[in-house]
Design a protein around this ligand. Sequence first.
Ligand SMILES: [Fe+2]
Length: 198
Amino acid sequence: MSAATLQSLDMAVLLARFDAARGTIAGAIRTERRLSDLTGVFANEAAYRAACSAGNPLVYSVEAVEPGTGEGDLHYGLGVIYPGRVGREYFMTKGHLHSWREAAELYIGLSGQGIMLLEDEATGESRMLTLGPGCAVYVPGHTGHRTINVGDVPLSYMGVYPARAGHDYGIYASRNFRCTIVDDDGTPRMIGRDLISL
Ligand SMILES: [Fe+2]
């Protein structure tokens, strides 16, 4: 149980300074994902292997702030996805459900041009929603979510979620999302993964 109060929290917890362009928050925990960390994410295996061999670029980074672990606490993270493609698919995150399935999350677009792919865990219904400056995306509980950079510059965003949400990558590591976002002559389009043409 958390007993955090204004008196027990220092200024580094109460006030965080972040750099949206660099994807950094002072004092935060940093995670980086290179292309080789995203096995099974992209449909075009040959293009994936070639891009891993040719430099294995950084695809995204997340810096997270975790002030407390109590029932009512919040965690938040600053994500940056770099521009790039593998075959017809854009650079994207692994995607996850929350371990505590009821946990919702709010994504706030800061810069760049992105899309969030949402998938209802029970029905498989999928939605694509714009994520960029002036856009906030509410991800309900029981919803898989993946973030995609569909522009030519880094996409940065903040995600805010319950401290006890947790990340469950398991289901998507084994079967991936049902839909994906492809570049269709310059326009991002959502299609079933079984319909993707390489
Ligand atoms: Fe999440």
